[in-house]
Write a protein that binds this ligand. Structure first.
Ligand code: SFD
Ligand code: AMP
Length: 631
């Protein structure tokens, strides 16, 4: 008897389907509820985890990295657009960045209204960390935002619901329109079929595509949350959506081994990072930045170039690299003439330094404690991590989405704001590309923008298409196949991990990570790659893909692990293909093409987009113009 028979099938009919429960999804739920009430629509949100602590903000955050302060006259929208574009070495969609920028402050004000404590100065004004970032006491940030999203859905009565611990695997298509999604419960034997007028993909970015630096006893430790495994990229690709910037991974520099944030140290405490000899490489290597003009010469130096200068130090054997926390604290304290006040300030700075980690990366505080580090006395090592896919931070990979009606130039709009190139399928947060630096607040805001547009799509397209039964059965069987495989063959060997009939997901993940690390410019290859390496990597990926059919799972939890890897492999392939397509080095510090070691503005100041064609199964690569809307 097929294992599928042991699974109950739950069919959910809804107007707006929100996939994911993170920052973008919470923003989407909040906004969708508003428009649903006006238009008598229903909204369903589905998260693989529990919304209170799911996604990148699970542990909390110590800063909101996108706040413009437009009404306060702190900044202008065009300055923000320029900042973002420069940080991405000239590649960004100005229309998308500006659209989020003009609405983001209002979202932050909502967070405060819902109870998020934001640092204030004596005049009651927000305390800035840097120009665009404000400090928060944010341990409960996600819980607060999730509560507001849930409340908004609750106000819809039986027309609003959220379903947790359901893992979404695939889109359901009706011709060229996305009309739902399929998934399974990670706790119960249930398959979920969601039938919807419109679908919003907000399932975050991807981690563990590349081999992490933390292996063995530290396996699973990473900067990006291990829960996000490429579901957004897979979902949009499989639906046939055009993707952008799939080559742009993010390599954060973080406190070594526990991945603590550096922003507060660099921006708030004005700390310097140096090599082991005490040299500030941002100063000693400043001439290198000229090679990457015009971006290298702008302020602030783009994130990837800051990384790159540090990597050059490491290559020359000048590590470890240290964040001079001790010097930074001392400098602030020394600037206070009154001794008593200076002592008070020292205590305050110590508290802030620890809170920075306790608010968002508890493990870094534990590492400090267990290695006897007092930041006011001793510097801490920082280091580049492995690559991640997170378009809402300083990465950019995601779906190519339509821009806002009033701002987007021709070529950047084809329908509803934030709709992908697939009818009815919207994307936001880490799922949408080319609008970097949106962070938590901008992702929430983009979720709102997308949900409002999705509601209009529903009103304009009121029919709820019937789902093709045959395709659904096929998807259901395919989804549960790893359970079937394990069940059939588990008795063949004594050790269930070693069996010629199947591969378990952890082994599969190790193979993927090894390929990506060695051929696609991972951490142990010094983030360097070339056409021959990428081509070989693609060949190996094709072999791995064949083994996807042999993935096996003991239970529904492991079934999720299998699917996470299926999602990752698509993220990986689109990444390799796009790096291969872009014949230049644009983001040294993220990756370096040794066969094309320079920036080529004339040929490559453009978006490198890709699409997997569902009809032919072939990949298409294309260039799209970068349109500069701000001088
Ligand atoms: O500075 C499925 N970010 C920071 N933003 C800030 O504003 N301030 C900071 O201080 C930040 N820092 C930071 C940040 C990120 C990370 C990883 C760290 C530190 C360690 C960025 C923001 O967190 C980020 O921009 C947003 O969270 C992005 O929002 P969104 O919605 O795109 O992604 P999400 O919140 O991770 O949520 C994803 C959701 O999808 C679910 N999911 N659900 C169903 N089926 C599947 N198959 C699914 N796969 C995933 C997840 O459960 C989750 O709900 S700083 O240090 O860099
Ligand atoms: P991080 O902790 O590195 O994620 O940084 C938090 C915020 O500060 C993000 O907006 C970063 O882009 C920014 N940031 C971090 N370090 C620097 C730096 N050295 N110069 C300018 N901006 C920075």
């Amino acid at each position: 008897m097929s294992i599928a028979n042991n699974f109950e099938t739950v069919e959910v009919h809804t107007d707006i389907l929100i996939l994911g429960g993170g920052m973008a999804a919470c923003g989407a739920a909040y906004e969708a509820a508003h428009w649903a009430k006006k238009n008598n629509l229903s909204v369903t949100l589905v998260d693989k985890a529990s919304m209170d602590r799911s996604g990148a903000v699970a542990m909390g955050l110590s800063a909101i990295n996108m706040y413009l302060g437009l009404k306060e006259g702190k900044n202008t929208l065009s300055d923000y657009v320029k900042y973002v574009k420069n940080d991405l070495m000239g590649i960004a969609r100005d229309d998308l960045v500006a659209n989020i920028g003009r609405h983001v402050d209002a979202s932050v004000h909502l967070f405060e209204k819902w109870g998020l404590p934001i640092w204030k100065d004596e005049d009651g004004k927000y305390v800035n960390e840097g120009r665009w970032q404000i400090m928060i006491h944010g341990e409960s940030y996600k819980t607060i935002v999730a509560e507001a999203a849930k409340n908004a859905l609750a106000e819809l009565g039986d027309k609003g619901q959220y379903i947790e611990r359901v893992f979404i695997t695939d889109p359901i298509m009706d011709g060229d329109r996305c009309v739902g999604a399929i998934g399974f419960s990670v706790r119960e034997n249930k398959v979920y079929i969601f039938r919807a007028k419109t679908v919003l993909a907000t399932m975050g970015g991807a981690v563990h595509v590349f081999k992490p630096k933390s292996v063995g006893e530290g396996l699973g430790r990473s900067w990006y949350p291990p829960f996000n495994s490429g579901a957004s990229a897979y979902f949009t690709l499989k639906a046939g959506a055009e993707m952008t910037c799939q080559e742009v991974r993010f390599v954060p520099v973080r406190f070594k081994d526990a991945y603590g944030p550096v922003g507060a140290w660099f921006l708030l405490f004005k700390a310097q990072a140096t090599n082991a000899l005490g040299e500030n490489y941002m100063q000693t290597r400043a001439p290198e930045l000229e090679k990457w003009a015009p971006y290298g010469e702008a302020k602030p130096t783009p994130t990837n170039l800051r990384n790159y200068l540090m990597m050059l130090e490491i290559e020359e054997g000048k590590g470890p690299i240290f964040m001079r926390t001790d010097e930074a604290i001392q400098r602030i304290v020394d600037s206070i003439p009154d001794e008593k006040e200076a002592k008070r300030k020292l205590k305050e700075l110590e508290k802030e330094a620890w809170e920075d980690f306790l608010d968002m990366t508890v493990s870094q505080a534990l590492l400090w404690a267990s290695t006897n580090i007092k930041p006011e006395e001793k510097p801490s090592e920082i280091s580049a991590t492995e690559p991640y896919f997170i378009s809402s931070h300083s990465g950019a990979s995601g779906a190519w989405v339509s821009g806002p009606e009033d701002l987007a130039p021709e070529g950047y709009k084809w329908g509803y704001p934030n709709m992908t190139t697939v009818r009815g399928l919207f994307a936001a947060g880490d799922a949408s590309g080319a609008s970097s630096h949106k962070f938590s607040s901008g992702s929430f805001t983009e979720g709102r923008i997308a949900a409002k547009a999705a509601a209009s799509f529903c009103v304009d397209n009121p029919d709820l298409p019937a789902l093709p039964e045959e395709r659904l059965n096929e998807l259901k069987e395919g989804m549960l196949k790893p359970l079937e495989l394990f069940n059939t063959h588990k008795g063949y060997t004594q050790d269930p991990n070693i069996n010629p009939n199947y591969i378990r997901p952890q082994m599969f993940m190790f193979r993927l990570q090894k390929i990506m690390d060695e051929y696609a410019g991972g951490a142990s290859s010094g983030f360097k790659t070339s056409a021959p390496l990428l081509e070989k990597g693609l060949e190996n990926l094709a072999m791995l893909r064949e083994d996807m059919a042999s993935l096996a799972a003991e239970d529904t939890h492991e079934l999720m692990r299998c699917w996470e890897n299926i999602h990752r492999i698509w993220q990986a392939e689109s990444h390799i293909r796009t790096m291969l397509f872009r014949e230049e080095t644009r983001w040294p510090g993220y990756y370096f093409r040794s066969d094309f070691p320079e920036l080529k503005e004339e040929d490559w100041k453009c978006f490198a987009n890709c699409r997997w064609n569902p009809e032919s199964g072939e990949w298409e690569m294309l260039k799209r113009d970068v349109i500069d809307m701000v001088d």
